[in-house]
Write a protein that binds this ligand. Structure first.
Ligand SMILES: *Cc1c(COP(=O)(O)O)cnc(C)c1O
Length: 460
């Protein structure tokens, strides 16, 4: 399996290289050149596999030269051994919909499902490596804690996490800042998530800095995130074989729903992927009108989706413009220099054949939290609520699977306000409420952040 950059098809790299590099040197995103398509016969066989065996089958398509056999199996087994349900994810019927709970990992958000194996893959690749790796992460709230949980205490590796100061929930922050580990550094950036993500991208593009600190990244720009997310689409989708299915996905950086798109390319019979956004609705706008034009990010009650520059959209764009790397580069330059780009009718129709999208306001999200509680006695989190509402708005005869991306206790203030009920915090994470926090607040300034990181990586 060879990998290319969305902005340069001639760049051909292997899995290990793209895993460690995260973002391509030209600023593009890595994608695999070929995608395996499963036959119906193969799908029927895969439907019988447990989660671990299915993960091994799917993931091995993308990394067979660098990770395979028992090595890969051990990584997968170890990664999911601390999940609180047997097959990693749980399906609950609510009314005519199926809710796919993806939050049974150590930090109670779907990001654990990809991040735990990524932590163990670093260990594997680091065995033959004597240079310390510095992982730099931007987080809108959940990626950071998932990364810290996966990487704290790992040998020969540091993790630096930038979160937007005062724009994430108390539990989200505490899950990151109470981890006492010498290789973990938390930075509260005076800005929003897009600022955090821009700083990380700028550091990736700065070849000198990147080499100096042996930089790596685990944001959803890292292809490994996409791969491990494909597994749950298959695991739950295969339970409904022979019926077309739709997925409703709470979306921010377009990573999760892009994994659904790759699943469809791999043969999973998905009809439509419903992109649910909050009022930071750039994705709804581009899917409905073809205009990709970021506006100012505004804080919402689903903060992990407060994003206006949805990085992974570039991966879809590559397909939409007929896998023309020059056209992608042109459009991305336009975005940078003119603040946006528009797609033509043919390109927009391509998007519409796989996706539809709805924007769900904070008001509607709260109403949905309340309705779901009153109708089904079930507490869901605000991100999941946007997908629930979008599922209702786009409902059809097909089976509808709603991805539930976080445990409601991570957003207990909002859930309490909307339903009058305080979600219970699971016993195993209760202790973070009393632990001492450790983080530094820094200005939204690339130079200042670089200096902070350089000072802490000096010994290498
Ligand atoms: C990260 C996150 C999302 C958005 O996922 P993307 O891959 O960025 O689209 C949705 N819900 C929750 C709870 C998240 O943490």
């Amino acid at each position: 399996m060879e990998y290319i950059s969305t902005r340069n098809k001639n760049l051909q790299l292997g899995f290990k290289e793209i895993f460690l590099q995260g973002l391509a040197p030209d600023g593009g995103l890595f994608i695999s050149k070929n995608i395996k398509k499963y036959s119906n016969n193969e799908l029927n066989k895969m439907a019988k596999l447990n989660y671990i065996d299915l993960a091994k089958e799917i993931v091995s398509n993308f990394c067979e030269k660098d990770l395979h056999g028992k090595e890969l199996e051990d990584i997968i087994k170890k990664s999911y051994s601390n999940f609180s349900v047997k097959n990693v994810v749980n399906i609950k019927k609510i009314g005519k919909f199926s809710l796919v709970e993806l939050f049974h990992g150590p930090t109670l958000a779907f990001k654990d499902i990809a991040m735990q194996p990524i932590g163990n893959i670093y260990d594997e690749f680091n065995k033959s490596n004597n240079k310390k790796i510095n992982v730099i992460v931007a987080t809108s709230g959940d990626t950071g804690s998932a990364a810290i949980s996966a990487l704290n205490g790992k040998a020969n590796l540091n993790v630096f996490v930038l979160h937007p100061d005062k724009k994430i929930s108390n539990i989200q922050r505490r899950l990151m800042t109470t981890v006492e580990s010498k290789n973990v550094f938390n930075i509260a950036l005076k800005g929003n998530f897009d600022d955090c993500q821009k700083i990380v991208k700028d550091m990736f593009i700065d070849q000198e800095f990147r080499k100096k600190i042996n930089m790596s990244g685990v944001n959803s720009i890292n292809w490994a995130r996409i791969i491990f997310q494909i597994v749950y689409y298959f695991f739950v989708g295969l339970k409904f074989l022979n019926k077309p299915i739709n997925f409703s996905v709470p979306t921010g950086n377009f990573g999760d729903v892009y994994s659904g798109y790759v699943s469809k390319k791999m043969g999973l019979p998905i009809k439509k992927l419903i992109v649910a956004t909050n009022e930071n609705d750039i994705l709804s706008r581009v899917i409905n009108s073809g205009q990709y034009k970021p506006t100012k990010t505004k804080p919402s009650i689903s903060p992990s989706m407060d994003i206006q520059v949805a990085s992974n959209f570039e991966r879809l764009l590559y397909d939409v413009v007929g896998q023309d790397d020059n056209k992608v580069k042109l459009l991305m330059d336009k975005l940078k220099n003119e603040g946006g780009y528009s797609l033509n009718k043919e390109e927009l129709n391509k998007i519409k054949s796989d996706f539809c999208s709805s924007t769900v306001s904070d008001e509607l999200t709260k109403q949905t939290l309340k309705n779901v509680y009153e109708q089904y006695q079930l507490l869901i989190d605000p991100h999941t609520a946007t997908a629930f509402k979008a599922a209702e708005l786009n409902s059809s005869d097909e089976e509808m699977l709603i991805l539930s991306t976080a445990h409601p206790c991570k957003f207990s203030e909002t859930v309490h306000q909307a339903t009058g009920i305080e979600p219970k915090i699971p016993e195993n994470i209760k202790n973070i409420l009393n632990k001492k926090e450790s983080y530094i607040t820094l200005d939204n300034n690339l130079g200042a952040i670089k200096n902070y990181i350089l000072e802490r990586t000096k010994e290498i």
